[in-house]
Design a protein around this ligand. Sequence first.
Ligand code: CXF
Ligand code: ZN
Length: 360
Amino acid sequence: MKAAVLHQVGDTELELRDDVTTTDVGPREIRIRVRATGVCHSDVSAMDGTLPALAPGIIGHEGAGEVVEIGAGVSELAVGDHAVLTFVPPCGGCVNCVGGRPHLCAIHTIAAFMNPRFRIGDTSVFGYAGTGTFAEELVVPVEGAVRIPDDVPFEIAALVACGVMTGVGAVINTARVEIGSTVLVFGCGGVGVSVIQGARLAGASQIVAVDPLTEKHEAARHFGATHTVTPDELAGLHASLTESQGWDYAFDVVGAPATIRAAWDNARRGGTAVVVGAGRGDAMVRFSAQELFLHDKRLLGSFYGGADVRRDYPRLLALWRAGRLDLDSMISRRITLDEINDGLRALKDGANVIRQIVTF
Ligand code: CXF
Ligand code: ZN
């Protein structure tokens, strides 16, 4: 089959090949024919070493498709079912799953990391974050796919697998933003606009979006931002809009020390800063011992929007169906797998795209 291969971390291009295979479908595993995948900034981060990835590997982790084969002991899904993938398949039985934190389940995530499920000839090829959706097919544990209704377009479904879940979930699950709150968001990409949409769903009274690229401001307003500014303009708004008190919630959706620090600084005393952006392991953020107690703020990490995928994927799609979550407008561009390098380059260059979708 066709797939885009990362030979080494640090490579700037993926190699398109048509001789990639998957491992056989084992017990409790399924084979998915990928029908749509988003191009997420974490795919770029996997390639350039910002986020950990094993090579050779198939990148791509925001996908949806059709079940084409099921292994022994699979009863949850059947051939022909449509499903959205997840890069954290909840096992359902570990301390995290039982404790209401299925997004932190490590059982299948670690196994997927260690056990490559792709091959090129005799060479084992890893799937990024246990998935690898820049391929026509992939094999995942049955826990790694959530069934969706047949009438949901695959490209809409794919968005839910990472960006939308991460952004909306950060607001609803992690921060639990209350109605009437004021919200500040750094970054207006796919996850950033999902935070904005989450804040709108939560009934925020003010949603201020910050992005250095003014081309992105229009989209931010479309998705619910009440104000849009460049970083340079933020201090003025902090003074005029918040009477220099700061916002109730400040979300970093960039993952850089400067934006994390800015989220903290712009949260009001007693407010909440939420780190959604996926930053480098060696990038450090400084806080003084005094400010941590004196300002009485909460600093929250948000991984995968605190997803409970079996609960949240259907909810997000129900909100889309009800016209309350705009997923259609998030798709900036449709490409083929042959154009994947072009899509990745556009993201790296900061082009004005929210989500590019590869359709198969
Ligand atoms: C990432 C987090 C690290 C694994 C892949 C997905 N999240 C969002 O893109
Ligand atoms: Zn992602």
